[in-house]
Design a protein around this ligand. Structure first.
Ligand code: SF4
Ligand code: SF4
Length: 486
């Protein structure tokens, strides 16, 4: 019976795979080519950014951290170059997550699983770990043979060296992670002298363990069984998305160079695939792309490089395996030229969301105010009637100074006849306007007492406007609460 090699071919009933099968260790072979080069470049850039970014400095003045990217948990601030995000501005993080998700969807609509193949941390670190492994254990064949040999001093030394370097890379990965949460040069010195906080060592330990396990040992299993993206991506994809595709109409019937030559000589059809398995040997997830679309294919393009090398050797045209769309496969099978429309409803939709969310985020960042005010009315008691007849309500007032200079604000309250304002504690006095000084990049909380001798209707709830005005720049912020009467 002739086997169906089409991408949509489903397995025969007796070929059905069991629900669970033990892992077969993958020994990916070294490969050279266009996509391998692109992957090395992306690996260099992404790892360079990850390990180097905490050391990039950014001058924000003497009262603010000088690290370009810093998640300052004790001060509850996130610094990203010229942007400083306060906890109240969590919506910027929401916008960032929406932008990241939409960019991923757009990338998928244009170029398939390009994220998985080139940019995903699991792919990048696994690539790095495989390079280390090849350096110690040799390429696929050598490594396979070594794994079958009994343990010897040489094998132990090679294996030990590999694991030591893996652990070192994992330790650096964890170390770089914690540097995003504190001043990097200071923390490096503290870590080296064992004076860093215990939580830093704990996180380095956790990240060392996860990196070593996921990139060194689990590798393709993370993509196959743990990562949700292949499933989500499969639901988002369409006939226009690029996939790594074996051109079975050109490759089949496959056979050795000799057999194919004999077939051609007899006038029988012969495909270009010489069944050398090079595309399978280089695959980091160990799959045979000739069997059609596969969830395990991260679309890294390494099988394309391998097959192109083989095709060059046997004198056949390149790209027997290539990035292609389902639509183009169909068109070519009908003898029509392929097409690749990037501008489609789907890509326009994602691009529009990115543009709108990006524009709104940029606008709010550009027009962001550097002061803020919040007011909370005391719950118990709601009001107090003093012996001289004065009616008083108390409030907790919080003034935010998001700028990097100390500022003096005039705090005032409006909305009540005959109003008196007192601020409790420190040097603050009473009066219609109270001056409050707030340090750079700080929040100042104070207790304000608002009172009046005017008679108010029983049970009245009168809106009050609290206002702060920067005495130098005139910048203002306000908040509304109520004055309650008995
Ligand atoms: S590398 Fe190319 S020729 Fe060799 S088995 Fe794979 S598809 Fe066929
Ligand atoms: S089949 Fe090809 S593109 Fe897919 S993961 Fe394997 S080598 Fe990468």
């Amino acid at each position: 019976m002739r086997r169906d090699f089409s991408p949509t071919a489903s397995p025969e009933p007796d070929e059905e795979e069991p629900l669970y099968s033990p892992r077969k260790k993958v020994y990916p072979q070294r490969v050279k080519g266009t996509y391998r080069t692109i992957k090395w470049i992306v690996l260099g850039i992404t790892l360079g950014i990850y390990y180097g970014l905490p050391f990039l400095r950014w001058d924000r003045g003497p009262d603010a951290p000088g690290q370009a990217v810093l998640l300052d948990l004790p001060s509850r601030r996130f610094y990203f170059f010229f942007i400083e995000i306060w906890p109240q501005e969590i919506y910027y993080v929401t916008a960032l997550l929406i932008l990241a998700a939409m960019t991923l969807f757009l990338m998928n609509a244009i170029a398939g699983r390009v994220w998985c193949g080139y940019l995903c941390p699991q792919t990048v670190w696994t690539d790095l770990y495989q390079a280390v492994e090849r350096w110690f254990e040799g390429d696929r064949r050598e490594h396979l043979l070594r794994d079958r040999e009994p343990w010897s001093v040489e094998r132990l030394a090679r294996s030990g060296g590999k694991h030591a370097v893996w652990l070192m890379v994992a330790w650096w990965t964890g170390g770089a992670w914690v540097l995003y949460f504190a001043d990097a040069p200071t923390l490096v010195a503290d870590l080296a002298t064992f004076q860093a906080p215990a939580v830093a060592y704990l996180w380095i330990g956790i990240l060392t363990f996860t990196t070593y396990t996921l990139a060194g040992h689990m590798r393709e299993q993370v993509c196959l069984y743990m990562c949700p993206w292949p499933r989500i991506q499969a639901a988002l994809t369409d006939e226009h998305a690029l996939n790594v595709t074996y051109r079975y109409e050109r490759g089949e019937p496959r056979g050795s160079v000799k057999k194919s030559a004999a077939r051609r000589a007899r006038g029988e059809p012969a495909g270009d695939c010489i069944d050398c398995h090079q595309c399978v040997y280089v695959c980091p997830t160990g799959i045979d792309i000739r069997n059609g679309a596969n969830l395990g294919c991260i679309q890294c393009g390494l099988c394309i490089d391998a097959c192109d090398t083989v095709m060059a050797k046997v004198g056949r045209p390149a790209r027997l395996i290539a990035y292609d769309t389902d639509l183009n496969i169909k068109l070519r099978s009908e003898g029509k030229p392929g097409r690749y429309p990037i501008i489609r409803a789907r890509t326009l939709f994602y691009a529009a969301i990115i543009a709108v969310v990006g524009a709104v985020t940029l606008y709010t960042l550009a027009t962001r105010v550097s002061e803020g005010l919040s007011v909370i009315h005391d719950r118990n008691p709601m009001f107090v009637r003093l012996a001289d007849g004065e009616l008083r309500n108390a409030y907790t007032v919080r003034i935010l100074n998001k700028s990097l200079d100390t500022r003096t604000f005039a705090l005032s309250v409006e909305g009540l006849p005959d109003l008196d304002l007192k601020v409790v504690g420190e040097n603050y006095t009473s009066g219609p306007i109270v001056r409050v000084s707030v340090g750079p990049d700080q929040t100042h909380e104070l207790r304000a007492l608002v009172s009046t001798y005017s008679s108010l209707p029983p049970g009245a709830s009168i809106p009050l406007t609290f206002r702060i005005t920067d005495v130098k720049s005139g910048q203002r912020a306000s908040a509304v609460d109520h004055f309650r009467a008995p």
